[in-house]
Design a protein around this ligand. Structure first.
Ligand code: UD1
Length: 314
């Protein structure tokens, strides 16, 4: 019987958490609809029990939660622009799926759910860094959907005593992030294009900034959130990030060094739903989890470029 359930286990963050759990010798079940997750991401995770299914189907949630003690809920339809194009699908895969999972988790006697929240909840407020005491201000359907999931987590903690913990991720990047869709994260797209000698496109003037967070830091925060005493974390929400930010223009220059790309970026109009700047205050995660980032941005980017260099053929 699996002790841990990872939802979205064939996706970028879910597969990385599952790999870390397996490396520790834990028993893990993974569930994924394979809508955006990839079967190839399961290579190396053979010790994980894998269930293919869609969490928007309550029966899949029941099956997934059976016998489990702790859930890492990473499954989602990521991407702001995808949600702008199709808000119904985002709602189904982020909100309906999350509520179904919580209902099944409670019924199965699951003790703790660690939820992948999103920095997009903060919206385009000028205050930096973003701290958890700020009022949410979601500006895209994606941000609304991820925030609704947070509220469900908090309600299930208060009303049913489920130990839920929300980690608000800030622009996670690293190995296994899909670079092939125009809905992919910017660093995945840029690495792939620049390694292939293709020109990347910057939406807007490139002055927008992000607290890009290397995957190992997010995995670390999740493992801490699963292990922290309930009185510290149950029903709480906290940022998971690095606490530093960089503009896209500066990132492009670093990537030129790392990839050998010698051209200039193309510039295109800003994307609908985009925010200008994003930077996390990580003091709450430090205080509640003892979290500190393990890998800084440049080292993370170096490792990421190397991974794409060895795994992408074109
Ligand atoms: C948002 C959320 C993040 C969430 C992610 C899911 C915020 C601050 N962050 O990230 O928490 O996990 O969605 O998808 O809302 N860009 C280019 N060229 C490209 C692709 C993107 O210039 O080819 C730009 C975008 O316009 C944006 C920046 O790069 O300004 C980052 O985009 P992206 O990687 O999609 O992430 P966010 O939208 O910031």
């Amino acid at each position: 019987m699996a002790k841990y359930l990872v939802t979205g286990a064939a996706g970028f963050i879910g597969r990385s958490i599952a790999a870390a759990l397996l490396a520790r010798g834990e028993s893990v079940r993974g569930v994924d609809s394979l809508i955006t997750g990839k079967r190839s991401n399961l290579i190396g995770l053979e010790a994980m029990e894998f269930l293919e299914g869609d969490l928007a189907d309550p029966a899949v949630c029941v099956q997934a939660c059976h016998g489990v003690e702790i859930i890492f809920h990473e499954a989602a339809l990521a991407s702001v622009p995808r949600s702008v194009a199709d808000p119904i699908s985002t709602n189904r895969n982020c909100v309906t799926a999350t509520l179904n999972l919580l209902v099944a988790a409670r019924a199965a006697g699951v003790r703790r759910v660690v939820y992948a929240g999103s920095s997009s909840a903060y919206g385009d407020t000028p205050t930096l860094p973003k701290h958890e005491g700020m009022l949410p201000n979601p500006i895209s359907p994606y941000a609304v959907a991820k925030l609704a999931g947070e509220h469900y987590m908090q309600a299930f903690a208060r009303v049913y005593g489920l130990e839920t913990v929300v980690l608000r991720y800030f622009n996670v990047f690293g190995p296994y992030q899909d670079p092939t869709s125009h809905y992919s994260g910017v660093l995945a797209i840029f690495c792939r294009r620049m390694l292939a000698g293709d020109q990347p496109t910057i939406y807007g003037d490139g002055g927008q900034s992000r607290d890009f967070t290397y995957i190992d830091n997010v995995v670390h925060a999740n493992l801490l959130a699963a292990a922290a005493p309930a009185e510290m974390v149950a029903g709480r929400m906290m940022n998971a990030a690095t606490g530093s930010r960089i503009t896209l223009n500066d990132t492009f220059r670093i990537l030129c060094d790392l990839t050998g790309y010698q051209g200039q970026p193309a510039y295109a109009p800003p994307r609908a739903g985009d925010i200008r700047d994003s930077l996390a205050d990580i003091s709450r995660a430090r205080e509640l989890l003892g979290y500190t980032p393990l890998i800084d941005f440049r080292e993370g980017l170096r490792r990421t470029v190397e991974w794409y260099r060895t795994t992408q053929t074109a």
